[in-house]
Design a protein around this ligand. Sequence first.
Ligand code: ZN
Length: 83
Amino acid sequence: MIRCPECSAEIDVDEDEVEEGEILSCPECESELEVSQIHPVHLNIISEDDNDDEDEEEEEEEEAEDGDKDLIEEEEEEEEDEE
Ligand SMILES: [Zn+2]
């Protein structure tokens, strides 16, 4: 019996029927599992982290905000000198 390396759920696949490089999906946690080895079967988790795409989008927004802040700070300093 093959077990999911992510959640240890039993995967309904016969060890003798899988091929190296085959992609299985876990019925419990929906992880995609690549067969990296057979006899015994060893599974690699594919895309175990769904947060990667969200992080990249946040970084792009932060860069744009930093550019605006620099201009505002320079204007405030000039006003203080006049008073
Ligand atoms: Zn699983």
